[in-house]
Design a binder for this molecule. Structure first.
Ligand SMILES: [Ca+2]
Length: 267
């Protein structure tokens, strides 16, 4: 009787262990995918169209508006605000910066164009149509990229922070730190606000990051490696994102690149 009871108990234990092992095996893939959920999704891109780009333009800011392309360029003595025809690349208007300034990002809000300088702690405000300078403002830290969310100017400075400036006072009202699963994301350069996200490219990297403007979390990355392989110098990095909101077209280019690419994100 005792032996039979023990056998019965052993069978019960074996069945229980078998059940647990089965559950473990079934659950294992779900556990692994749960771990992977914390990794930032990476998407590719498909080139829809190519347009000419001035190979001497050290692109630091790119905006699409009014059916045209606005570009801010860098390098002392070569920095300018430029209006371009997208299809032909023809230079339609140009405003040179004083040779002591190294031009950086640009953005257009209302009837104004805003342009940063790199290390001179100054930003310029121009009339959108005439390119006449109407104001300047103090910029603490370095100036890298700039965009806006309709309410604030959003500025990158080479650090992992994005600063939000009041449009009227042009002073900082808040900042967010950009981070992904590896920690703080530094060297965020040219910016574009697209459908509620801040898109940025990272200096010396061939990808875009899409940033949640509330939390600073990188929602996804877009791999653009292979877009421009014919690089004469290390300076020829991806740096330029422009969004044609009316036609939902996304353009990217880089410093001294010969082409502007219209791309679509591929899942
Ligand atoms: Ca831009």
């Amino acid at each position: 009787m005792m032996v039979k009871g023990l056998q019965y108990r052993l069978i019960q234990v074996a069945l229980l262990l078998g059940l647990l092992a089965t559950l473990y095996l079934i659950k294992l893939p779900f556990s692994l995918s749960a771990v992977n959920d914390t990794a930032t999704p990476v998407y590719g891109a498909v080139v829809i169209n190519e347009f000419p780009h001035d190979r001497n333009a050290f692109t630091q800011g790119l905006v699409f508006a009014d059916g045209r392309l606005y570009e801010g360029t860098g390098q002392r003595g070569e920095s300018a605000l430029r209006l371009l025809d997208l299809e032909s690349g023809e230079l339609l208007k140009r405003k040179n910066l004083d040779s002591r300034y190294f031009g950086e990002g640009i953005t257009i809000l209302g009837d104004k164009i805003y342009q940063l300088t790199w290390q001179s702690h100054v930003g310029f405000v121009y009339d959108r149509d005439s390119f006449t300078q109407v104001a300047s403002f103090y910029l603490p830290g370095e100036g890298w990229g700039i965009t806006h969310d309709g309410e604030h100017l959003i500025v990158s400075d080479g650090s992992s922070y994005l600063r939000f400036l009041d449009v009227e006072t042009l002073t900082e009202v808040k900042r967010i730190q950009v981070s992904d699963e590896f920690g703080a994301v530094r060297y965020i350069n040219e910016l574009e606000f697209i459908n509620g996200e801040v898109w940025g490219n990272i200096w010396y990297q061939d990808y875009l990051v899409r940033i949640d403007p509330q939390s600073g979390k990188v929602n996804s990355r877009i791999d653009l490696s292979g877009l421009h392989n014919d690089r004469r110098t290390r300076d020829e990095v991806l740096n330029g994102i422009a969004w044609d909101a009316d036609n939902e077209r996304l353009f990217v280019t880089g410093k001294l690149w010969p082409r502007i690419y219209e791309i679509e994100v591929a899942d």
